[in-house]
Structure formats: C-alpha cells, structure tokens
Design a protein around this ligand. Structure first.
Ligand code: ZN
Length: 122
C-alpha cells in the first residue's frame, strides 16, 4: 500500500519552446529517414533466404512457392504484397523460381528467389 502508486495523474502538458524546423522541413526529414530505413531493410533482406539467387528460399513443392514468397511481406510497410509474376530462371546449374511481388499498400516491388527441393533427395 504505497501512496506514490495512488498519486493522482496530472494532465501532461508539453510545450515546444524552440523549434527551428518548419513543417515542410520536418516532413522531408522523416521521409528521408523512412527511405533510409527501407534501404536498410532491403539490404538485410538481400542477405536472408529468398533475397538473392545465391540464397534462395527453399520450399518442398511448386504449389507453395507463391504463398511462401507473399508471406515475406513488404519491406517498406509490412503489408501483404501480391504476386506480379513468377519466372523459372536458370542460375548456374539449377533452376530457381523468381517471384516478383508488388505491395498492395505502398506499391513497392520485391523479388523473391525460391528453390524447390525434393523431399527425399539429399
Ligand atoms: Zn508496402
């Protein structure tokens, strides 16, 4: 039973006492930050499975190529993308699926590389 826990909460009054940024500059700064963040996420995604032909996402059958690619989501806003195209692409001695996604929300494009691996073969 502590008095401090029950202390009445006062409305929090905040006041900007000094701000040199005008709204437009602030918007520009946040757009820039968002772009930087998106670029970072794209760089990271390229290192993850599906991000490049060297590191394809591995799935067990052709029927789950697109669902798995879509599951990765949009790098910019996390919305669910839709499949624009799926191509079979020969990379060195193997054939990979390249799934092109476009975000339903922000329109960002993304390529996901997928390799279909047989269940028994190793
Ligand atoms: Zn998006």
């Amino acid at each position: 039973m502590s008095e401090t826990l029950a202390s009445p909460s006062r409305p929090c009054h905040t006041e900007v006492v000094a701000s040199k940024k005008r709204p437009r500059a602030r918007r520009r700064a946040s757009a820039q930050a968002a772009r930087r963040l998106a670029a970072d996420r794209e760089r990271l995604a390229a290192l993850e499975p599906g991000g490049s032909p060297e590191r394809p996402l591995e799935v067990e059958s052709a029927s789950i190529v697109e669902p798995r690619a879509v599951d990765l989501g949009c790098l910019h806003c996390d919305a669910v993308p839709r499949v624009e195209a799926q191509d079979a692409v020969r990379v060195d001695d193997r054939v990979l699926r390249r799934v092109r996604l476009r975000c339903r929300a922000c329109g960002a494009e993304r390529e996901v590389w997928v390799r279909i691996v047989g269940r028994a073969v190793h």
